[in-house]
Design a binder for this molecule. Structure first.
Ligand SMILES: [Zn+2]
Length: 141
């Protein structure tokens, strides 16, 4: 599950500076969206969110902000089999994903759901696990 993150403008500003970026109001706005509010957005999602907020940002600003956040380890860039587009994930802890084949919705699955370590032989040294489970999300009643 994505943890609910609440970051103040000062915290975001500090994160941007430590990632080597100047903390402009556009970047702080973008960060608030990608680090706190959005779940697995694409660049298009980020841009349409910014447009909806009346935030004037260039495509270059969106890209260099996302790239710097990834480089600083605050965001992960992922690819999924249903789309060519990169998806940005603010849950940087190890976890798996469920992909809805019909809608493209992506849901975080806790890593504890799969105890892979005890199921693989000792000849496998695991560096990372990135399981994508594909199916259909059903409405719970
Ligand atoms: Zn995720």
């Amino acid at each position: 599950m994505n943890k609910d993150k609440h970051l103040t403008s000062d915290e975001i500003s500090g994160m941007l500076k430590s990632a080597g970026l100047s903390a402009t109001s556009q970047r702080i706005g973008l960060c608030r969206y990608v680090l706190c509010e959005a779940k697995h957005p694409t660049v298009d999602d980020v841009r349409s969110w910014a447009a909806g907020q009346g935030l004037k940002t260039s495509l270059a600003t969106v890209y260099n902000t996302l790239h710097a956040l990834c480089k600083a380890g605050m965001l992960k860039d992922l690819r999924f089999p249903h789309s060519e587009k990169v998806v940005y994930d603010n849950n940087v802890d190890p976890h798996h994903h469920f992909l809805d084949d019909d809608t493209g919705s992506i849901v975080d699955i806790p890593i504890t759901e799969f105890d892979y370590k005890n199921k693989l032989g000792s000849e496998f040294e695991i560096h990372d696990v990135d399981i994508i489970i594909r199916g259909k999300l059903k409405l719970k009643d």
